[in-house]
Design a protein around this ligand. Sequence first.
Ligand SMILES: *Cc1c(COP(=O)(O)O)cnc(C)c1O
Length: 410
Amino acid sequence: MSKSFNALKLAEEQIADLDLQLLKRKLRITSSPCDSKVLIEERELKAFCSNDYLGLANHPEIANAWSEGAQKYGVGSGASHLISGHSIAHELLEKRLAAFQSHHLPKPRTLFFSTGYLANLTAITGLVRLASPGNASIYSAKLNHASLIDGVRLASAQTNAVVTLFDHTQLDSLIDALKKDTRPFKLIVTDGVFSMDGDLAPVTELLAIAEQYDALLMVDDAHGFGVLGKQGHGILEQKNICSDRIIYIGTLGKAAGVSGAFICAQDSFIEWLIQKGRPYIYSTATPPAIAHALLKSLEIIETDEGKERRTHLDKLIDIWQKEMHFSAWKKISSSTPIQPLILGSNANALLAAQLLDDAGYWIPAIRPPTVPVGSARLRITFSANHSEDDLRALINTLQSIEQQVIEKSF
Ligand SMILES: *Cc1c(COP(=O)(O)O)cnc(C)c1O
């Protein structure tokens, strides 16, 4: 056995350095289903941190559908979609997801993925390869999710696409850059709901810009699908927009409560990604049982139960906005179940998270690089399984913790 070799020493030093900067992250092990209360190391904590907005992750009918799917299709898909892994369950799910967006994309087609990360990598790298090397421009919102950022970086490395970042709250510089852009292929990429702030992208304005400058508009609606719109179809339904230029990404491990993601777009774009999307082609298909479970989840999202869950979420958001007031912490204006409190320093965010834990709450501190330096925060999220009393109790606890953090901080 070698004593200490260079790579190992580097790893140890880097980890020690993260710890020193208060940037080391810790795994916590749960031993109960994802729900409004969870068991962690034999303590029951009230959780306000999952993305299970509709409270479907522990829904008995969806769990039954998963079991039924396993009985029907077994537990594994056995291969990638193009080899032998594409089941009738995947096919039915893709048709159903396409129907969800049919008022927002003319004749849409859908491609199902095991994760949103993979869907985003596939969509960006694949679409950019429609242009010859050096002939594509990508415009990416600065606060986009890491999977979009990585997709953009990979596409740029593979094809020499030119990348421009833009501020989604101020579109003038995006327009200026597009005016000067003579490349024949342009892709604008944005989160639908920004995942750490909870605000919506200005998709109506972005679509008008995409139309004016002949660009595609890719919207990653990981936090809008299931939540936004009367029927839960997402941000395109909420904003009532429709265009053949839209590349819509929805994920299915958040509000849909299960796992997976999809790209929804015009048939030719989807067909191209099936032919050329490397992460799609070279990855084993999700177990069909999961697709079967997701069909049940989509049914719940669209019908009365889903509507009731969304109405209840809206009520929680309304209570939070009306009753939650702080003296020092900054509340971001958000109309979604993502309600961040900006504490600034890593130390303050960690202290607040610890005090919350002591009081029986699970809300981890979110620190850089997930959020910009100096904007460490508590990212509070609501689920339809929280009651109004749960929320009011949280509000009381947070207000007393704010005072304690102010007294102890520097
Ligand atoms: C969570 C998330 C993803 C990744 O989806 P997974 O299915 O968890 O891989 C992509 N984009 C955004 C905006 C997200 O919040």
